[in-house]
Design a protein around this ligand. Sequence first.
Ligand code: TPP
Ligand code: MG
Length: 396
Amino acid sequence: MALLHRVNRAKSLSSLLRPLTTAHNHLHRPFSTDSSKTLTIETSIPYKSHIIEPPSRSVETTPAELMDYFRTMALMRRMEIASDSLYKAKLIRGFCHLYDGQEAVAVGMEAAITKKDNIITAYRDHCIYLARGGSLVSAFAELMGRRDGCSKGKGGSMHFYKKDSGFFGGHGIVGAQVPLGVGLAFAQKYKKEDTVSFALYGDGAANQGQLFEALNMAALWDLPAILVCENNHYGMGTAEWRAAKSPAYYKRGDYVPGLKVDGMDVLAVKQACQFAKEYVLKNGPIILEMDTYRYHGHSMSDPGSTYRTRDEISGIRQERDPIERVRKLILAHDIAVEKDLKDIEKEVRKEVDEAIAKAKESPMPENSDLFTNIYVKGYGAESFGADRKVLRTALP
Ligand SMILES: Cc1ncc(C[n+]2csc(CCOP(=O)(O)OP(=O)(O)O)c2C)c(N)n1
Ligand SMILES: [Mg+2]
């Protein structure tokens, strides 16, 4: 397969021509000492754009940054695979939507912004939470409905939050997070904060009416809202072509500019998000369509193999996998050798196992927690019988 990137011109030709599996792979040596050296790498494919000049394909990065992307994406992948096992062991119950395959979107977006910027997403939220600085233990505790979870064990897989670093969930109603995200952008502009809000939604959600209503307001009021369509090409078991008359989601804002980005290329995502942040602070909203793929089925109740072929899934894994892309870049630039990367994967596996063990020690919420965090403090909660005449419970 052709290399999916074009490398730094300053690098000598001989080192570029060396195959990825080199003779010195067995040598275990430390990572590149000059980890802050700037590398310029071209994105996998050009951006496509709608009523806007796209950013450059040349992305600046460093060896340290590439190593960090590799590790973070490997950690996310491992977390999702472990969640699959915990679900099958019935330690995670209820809804559970996994993100493996889509990691480059979470990581690239985070690399472009600060924790003062906001992100809001749908139910496929575990990895966004991790990218925002959430801990593995609080993620697994939440998945298993335990008190040390990020939503105190009461939200579960679909309702992760981390308000202190600008993560506003975790939403189960398809598309409903987009108006909320535009509301977050409204607050930022109102408070003159110079920060932006990313509202993520799927290709299925892209056909929801409320998205266009929110976009109209965002454009009218020039709000710093970045609408990110994570196009994984399916909404549950429905292929995009069955659900969308126009699958060019980056053009669907009509009067709002859009970019189509290879969402499997973390550097392309980072560049697009940096560009979008700068743009929306001056001009109002933009749409970023991230072309991505989920390896798992829609949720744990979907094996994911009835409406798409196994060849399709394995083809994407081979050609476009976001972690493999970064692995190849690291090897081609002599930043680390294969064994270093395998060691990182081992470390990450251990880290995940330890987090699960710790999360399992966390107790389940008390029965009295059932009514906490539902209403604003002081308003209390009341529960009536079906005829609303008999008051069954009243809690402060
Ligand atoms: C308003 C509403 N309608 C239907 C559903 C059921 N539902 C849950 S996820 C989903 C598919 C959404 O697909 P997409 O937006 O592409 O997101 P993805 O799951 O691919 O990330 C549907 C129809 C729902 N949760 N909310
Ligand atoms: Mg989808």
